[in-house]
Design a protein around this ligand. Structure first.
Ligand code: MRU
Length: 354
């Protein structure tokens, strides 16, 4: 990875930053109405924010999880190195049980675990310092891999392209650049004159609340569409390509992302449009052979029965609310990563992450 510069990692101004023993995270549930930062001083508070999607997006929850482990370690600092290690391990276990699908969370927690295991135990302060350094490295690597993939993705985005995206994969879902949305924001910055179509992304509206907010902040021309309009806008010739992020990419290239992504990929194929996924190596799970083995989070029925506090279904309507789906590799034209644009066969090309 590129060397870290002198500027602090996760600095005020980012959606996540760590300062004086407190983890500050922008409350994504309050957007776009309010920009409010929540202060976290315990792993339990971080878990609560991850579960209720105050912090969300695969890469962002990885970074949040890493600093959550650090908060656990800090709480035991006065009790000696062994107590610090125990508290950090407890935090790793409980944060790991918060959301199952995004590989990035487990990538980050495994690295925190490695930091615990490395070197002599030393003093409580040394151990806390090692964990702090590791959390900073995770944040830095997230920023740097995103920066590189945003550059790499430019070869897929031509002048004047109209690109459909689903859910939110911008800086909010990461730390700074983002993945798929980062590619599109950069294409705009480079003057390519693109237009982004934004699926609203029911039931929690990450598209219309968050992606539209990030695009308008960056000055990128965009249009929000209801999820069920995607086929119609493609049929009308209004879309040139689809690009989304991912939460976990299996060794064969099958990719889990926000529920609805699979349907969009099938529609893209039916209309002869390329479907791209942009994600860093921390999303790739080579130990997972295919999408069939990816654990899909199922969320509360309340998210479907209500919208903005208003009932959208009978109060006790039976609901099935999977948070993610899996797009088979066969629908994915290319994967944009920090190691460049990868093409099928993914079981071979993804080996760059071995
Ligand atoms: O449930 P969420 O909002 O955390 O789901 C996020 C997504 O599905 C994103 O598209 C994904 O994390 C890729 S961008 C890091």
């Amino acid at each position: 990875m590129p060397e870290s510069g002198p500027e602090p990692i996760c600095k005020p101004g980012d959606s996540i930053f760590f300062q004086d023993g407190t983890l500050f995270m922008l409350d994504q549930t309050a957007l776009p109405a309010l920009t409010v930062f929540i202060e976290h001083t315990t792993p339990e508070e971080v878990i609560e924010s991850i579960k209720r999607l105050a912090v969300r997006g695969a890469m962002a929850i990885g970074v949040a999880g890493a600093y959550g482990v650090l908060l656990g370690a800090l709480s035991a600092r006065g009790k000696g190195a062994e107590a610090v290690a125990d508290a950090a391990r407890d935090a790793i276990a409980s944060i790991g049980a918060s959301r199952p699908t995004a590989r990035n969370l487990f990538w980050a927690l495994e690295r925190m675990e490695q930091a615990l295991a490395e070197g002599a135990a030393g003093s409580a302060d040394e151990l806390v310092g090692r964990l702090h350094d590791r959390a900073d490295e995770i944040a830095l690597e997230t920023i740097e891999t995103n920066r590189l993939l945003v550059e790499a993705g430019q070869e897929l985005i031509g002048e004047g392209m109209r690109v459909l995206t689903h859910c939110n994969s911008g800086p909010l879902a990461a730390l700074r650049y983002g993945s798929a949305l980062g590619v599109l924001i950069e294409a705009h910055r480079l003057g390519k004159g693109i237009h982004v179509y934004v699926d609203e992304t029911r039931p929690l509206l990450q598209g219309s609340r968050l992606t539209a907010w990030e695009l308008s902040t960056a000055g990128v021309p965009y249009t929000v569409i209801p999820d069920n309009a995607a086929g119609f806008v493609m049929k009308q010739g209004m879309i040139d390509a689809v690009m989304t992020g991912a939460d976990r990419i299996a060794a064969n290239g099958d990719a889990a992302n926000k529920i609805g992504t699979y349907g969009v990929a099938v529609l893209a194929r039916a209309h002869g449009l390329p479907f791209y996924i942009a994600a860093p190596g921390s999303t790739v799970d080579l130990a997972c052979p295919s999408g069939d083995e990816i654990v899909i989070e199922e969320r509360s029925p309340g998210e479907v029965r209500y919208c903005g506090g208003q009932p959208t279904a009978p109060r006790s309507a039976p609901v099935y609310n999977p948070a993610f789906d899996v797009t088979p590799a066969g629908y994915i034209e290319a994967l944009v990563t920090e190691k460049g644009v990868l093409r099928p066969p993914y079981e071979k090309t993804l080996q760059v992450f071995r």
